[in-house]
Design a protein around this ligand. Structure first.
Ligand SMILES: Nc1ncnc2c1ncn2[C@@H]1O[C@H](COP(=O)(O)OP(=O)(O)OP(=O)(O)O)[C@@H](O)[C@H]1O
Ligand SMILES: [Mg+2]
Length: 256
């Protein structure tokens, strides 16, 4: 479950008489439970790609399929996490994480078990009764991730979720995401500007061209999951980082 297929997808926006082609004949398949990171020049169409999977947008041409079915509208099987955290300030951490489960009418005992599990996986077991304003930015992001998982989607769409965090907080988020996803695997499309993040988190890194976005490179990350932060110091990791940086520069300069 959670297989995503883009078949020759184009997306054109028309606003105030101006047409913008954001995606052009993009073809891409994401396998069940794969973590695919997407990098590409600013404004190339990465968020558009996520919005198409989420069902917030419809393609102009081609089709976006999840588990063989055309995406027609947003639904609970696909959840988006943005850079700005989306926690409800008037709810406690526990209530925030529980939110989607309540909407789905999940019974109280199951809810409590699920929430305990997710809070523990993101390292917030001591903070269930806290309100978001009492938490740091990184902790609120953990609540966001726990809430996204708890709502039970097949597909998680992450749009630069850690883009605003400092490097140490970011590293701790990578580990939290890794832990939660090891326990409850999902298909993930993770948009980021950070090559190191893409290589640490992803099974695969897609490099997009400048707008209109197409797939420029599709890199398999050869490292087993449950990675250690020190993997970044290995020669293989560094080589891949350099290769992807080159690949990005190639497309950026070619279109400059
Ligand atoms: N609703 C819209 N109406 C008109 N144009 C849009 C709309 N949404 C996006 N665009 C345009 O489509 C292009 C791709 O936008 P998108 O937000 O997908 O890029 P991005 O790769 O996510 O950029 P960034 O790296 O800055 O987040 C941009 O030129 C943008 O201005
Ligand atoms: Mg974007």
């Amino acid at each position: 479950m959670g297989v995503i297929e883009f078949d020759q997808v184009s997306k054109e926006f028309a606003s105030r008489g101006k047409r913008t082609l954001a995606l052009s004949e993009t073809t891409l398949k994401v396998e069940e439970h794969q973590v695919v990171c997407v990098v590409g020049p600013s404004g190339c169409g990465k968020t558009t790609l996520l919005n198409l999977v989420a069902g917030f947008l419809a393609p102009t041409h081609g089709s976006v399929l999840v588990d063989g079915r055309q995406v027609a509208a947003p639904d609970a099987s696909r959840t988006v996490v943005f850079q700005a955290d989306a926690v409800f300030p008037w709810l406690t951490v526990r209530r925030n994480v529980e939110y989607g489960l309540r909407l789905r009418g999940v019974d109280r005992t199951t809810r409590e078990e699920r929430v305990d599990k997710f809070l523990s996986l993101v390292g917030l077991d001591q903070f269930g009764d806290a309100f978001p304003k009492e938490l740091s930015g990184g902790m609120r992001k953990r609540v966001d991730i726990a809430r996204a998982y708890a709502s039970g989607p097949q597909v998680l769409l992450l749009d630069e979720p850690f883009g605003a965090l400092d490097i140490f907080t970011k590293e701790s988020m990578w580990l939290a995401l890794q832990a939660i996803n090891a326990s409850e695997p999902r298909t993930i499309v993770f948009v980021t500007h950070d090559i190191e993040e893409a290589l640490f988190v992803g099974d695969r890194v897609i490099v997009m061209t400048p707008r209109p976005a197409r797939v420029h490179a599709d890199v398999t990350v050869p490292f087993a999951r449950n990675r250690d932060l020190d993997i970044r110091g290995t020669a293989d990791f560094q080589q891949l980082r350099i290769d992807i940086a080159h690949s990005l520069r190639e497309v950026s300069y070619a279109h400059a």
